[in-house]
Design a protein around this ligand. Structure first.
Ligand SMILES: Cc1cc2nc3c(=O)[nH]c(=O)nc-3n(C[C@H](O)[C@H](O)[C@H](O)COP(=O)(O)OP(=O)(O)OC[C@H]3O[C@@H](n4cnc5c(N)ncnc54)[C@H](O)[C@@H]3O)c2cc1C
Length: 450
C-alpha cells in the first residue's frame, strides 16, 4: 500500500472543500471580480450564517426591520452540528442535520452568498469574494472557527478514510466515515483523539468513544476491542463534578484514558497513529488502530485573525459580559469565533444571543449595556445509545444546572432531550431568535434560587 503524503494530497482535500464549502474546513479564497466592486450599505451586517449568525439576523430583523439587515454566508446548506455525534454512531442520518441556508435566513433579510475576505473596522466596510464592498453601521461577527485536519501529518485525503478506517464527527464530509469505521470494526484498538488546541464542544471527542464502546458491546465485539481515549488535556473533562462521573464510567467500561497525548501523525497504510507526550515534548508513542476517530486541531477563523478585530491569539476580541468589541464599539461578536473564555457550543450561542440582543438595543439608544453574560454553556455528554449526562456550567467552571436533579447522573430523559427535543429547539426556537438559553426556566425550576 502506498504511503500517503500530505503535501501531495492537500490539493485534492482542498478541491473537496471547494465542492462542499459547508463548514469552513479550509480557508477558501474566491477570486475577486475584476470589475469595480459593487457597493451596498446596511444598518446591521452579520458575518457568517451558522448558529450565531442566523440567530442574530432573526433578532436584528425583529429589532430594526428586515430591510436594514444583511448576512454574508457562502454555504448553500446550514448544519445542526450537535447531531453529528449521533450520526457518527449510526443513531441518526446525516440528512437530518442539514437544511438549505435559504430556508433559515429570515425572510426579507439580504443574503449575500459569498465569503468574507476582509473586514476593515476603521472604514466600517467588509469586502467579499464576489467583489462587493459592504459598509455597515453595526457589525456582528459570527464566523465560527477553523478546522485544521491538514495539521495532522500523513492524514490521508477524505475519500480514502473508509479504506483506512478513519472517521471524524467534526465535519459533514467525514461524519459518516465514523459510522463506517464502527461497522467495519473486527478486532483491535478503537482510538479517539483530542487535540492540543481550543475545540468546539469539548465533550464530543469522548461522546463518540462511549457510543463506540456501546456499539461494540451490542454487536458482541467488545471482548476483542481496546477502547483508547488519548487526550491532550490534563483532565477527562473541565468541570470536576462531571469529570468525576465520567471517570467512574470509563473505569466500569474498561476504557483506557491517556492524558496529555496529542495526535501528531497518522500512518494510514500501516493503520498507526502517532501521539506526542505533551509533558515530555519529542517523546512519541505509536498506536496501531482498527478504528481511529480524529478530532482535528482548531483555530480562529482566518478572516478574523487577519483583521484589526483579533486579539493576540487571533480570536475576536470582545467584552466577556456584553459581547461588544473591546476596541470598536459598533462591532459585536457571538459564538465560536470569539475569545469568550467559555466552552464553545451552540448552547453558549443561545445564551449569548439574548445578551447580545439586549446589548445592541442599549447601544442603539446610546445607553450603557446592562445585562451580563455569565459564560453559560452546556454539553450533553452522550454516554450510551439511551443515556446522557447533561453538563451545564458558567465562566467559573461551576455547574449551572437547569433541572432540580443531579445532572451528573446518566439519564434517558436527557438522551431524549439531546436526540429529539434539542433539534426542534434549534430549528424553531434558536434560529428564529426566540430561544435565548434556559436561564428563565432554571429560575422557575429552582424556585428563583439560581
Ligand atoms: C461533532 C460536534 C458536536 C457538537 N455538539 C454540541 C452539543 O452537543 N451541544 C452544543 O451546544 N454544541 C455542540 N457543538 C458545537 C456547536 O455546533 C457550535 O459551537 C456552534 O455551531 C457555533 O456556532 P457559530 O455560529 O459560532 O459557528 P458555526 O455554526 O460553525 O457557523 C460559522 C459560519 O460561518 C461561516 N463562515 C466561515 N468563514 C466565513 C467567511 N469567510 N465568510 C462568510 N462566512 C463564513 C461558515 O460557513 C458557517 O456557516 C458540536 C459541534 C460539533 C462539530
Amino acid at each position: 500500500m502506498a504511503t500517503v503524503r500530505v503535501v501531495h494530497r492537500q490539493p485534492a482535500l482542498w478541491r473537496q472543500c471547494h465542492r462542499t464549502a459547508a463548514i469552513g474546513i479550509c480557508h477558501l479564497h474566491t477570486s475577486s471580480s475584476s470589475h469595480a466592486p459593487s457597493k451596498e450599505h446596511y444598518k446591521v451586517l452579520v458575518l457568517g450564517g451558522g448558529s450565531g449568525g442566523i440567530t442574530m439576523s432573526a433578532r436584528m430583523k425583529r429589532m430594526l426591520g428586515a430591510e436594514n439587515v444583511a448576512i454574508v454566508e457562502p454555504s448553500e446548506m446550514h448544519y445542526y452540528q450537535p447531531i453529528w455525534t449521533l450520526v457518527g454512531a449510526g443513531a441518526k442520518g446525516v440528512a437530518s442535520s442539514g437544511r438549505p441556508t435559504a430556508s433559515v435566513v429570515p425572510s426579507g433579510v439580504k443574503w449575500v452568498r459569498s465569503r468574507v475576505q476582509e473586514i476593515n473596522p476603521d472604514t466600517n466596510t467588509v469586502r467579499t469574494g464576489n467583489g462587493m464592498e459592504i459598509s455597515y453601521q453595526y457589525l456582528i461577527v459570527a464566523l465560527g472557527l477553523q478546522l485544521h485536519y491538514e495539521k495532522i501529518k500523513g492524514l490521508p485525503e477524505i475519500e480514502d478514510w473508509v479504506k483506512f478506517k478513519i472517521g471524524s464527527n467534526y465535519s459533514v464530509q467525514t461524519v459518516e466515515k465514523t459510522w463506517s469505521a464502527l461497522q467495519n470494526f473486527k478486532e483491535g484498538n478503537a482510538v479517539f483523539s483530542f487535540p492540543n488546541t481550543p475545540v468546539k464542544c469539548a465533550g464530543a471527542p469522548q461522546k463518540i468513544m462511549y457510543l463506540t464502546d456501546a456499539y461494540l458491546r451490542k454487536t458482541g465485539k467488545r471482548a476483542k476491542a481496546n477502547v483508547v481515549y488519548n487526550t491532550s488535556l490534563p483532565v477527562l473533562f473541565g468541570v470536576k463534578k462531571y469529570a468525576d462521573a465520567l471517570w467512574e464510567i470509563v473505569k466500569s467500561r474498561d476504557i483506557q484514558v491517556n492524558l496529555r497525548q496529542n495526535l501528531i501523525e497518522v500512518r494510514a497504510d500501516k493503520q498507526e497513529a502517532v501521539f506526542e507526550n505533551l509533558d515530555n515534548p519529542g517523546e512519541t508513542k505509536v498506536l496501531e488502530y482498527e478504528m481511529l476517530h480524529v478530532t482535528p486541531p482548531m483555530g480562529p477563523n482566518p478572516v478574523v485573525k487577519g483583521s484589526l478585530l483579533a486579539d493576540e491569539a487571533g480570536w475576536l476580541d470582545v467584552n466577556k459580559e456584553t459581547l461588544q468589541h473591546n476596541k470598536y464599539p459598533n462591532v459585536f461578536g457571538i459564538g465560536d469565533c470569539t475569545n469568550l473564555p467559555t466552552s464553545k457550543t451552540a448552547a453558549a450561542v443561545a445564551a449569548q444571543s439574548s445578551i447580545l440582543d439586549r446589548t445592541i438595543s442599549k447601544v442603539l439608544k446610546n445607553e450603557k449595556p446592562d445585562r451580563k453574560y455569565d459564560g453559560y454553556t452546556s454539553c450533553p455528554l452522550v454516554t450510551n445509545y439511551n443515556t446522557v449526562i447533561l453538563a451545564e456550567f458558567d465562566y467559573s467552571g461551576q455547574p449551572l444546572e437547569t433541572f432540580p436533579i443531579d445532572q451528573s447522573k446518566e439519564r434517558w430523559t436527557m438522551y431524549h432531550m439531546k436526540a429529539d427535543v434539542m433539534p426542534h429547539l434549534y430549528w424553531h426556537g434558536l434560529l428564529k431568535g426566540f430561544w435565548g438559553g434556559p436561564g428563565p426556566y432554571r429560575k422557575i425550576m429552582h424556585l428563583g434560587m439560581k
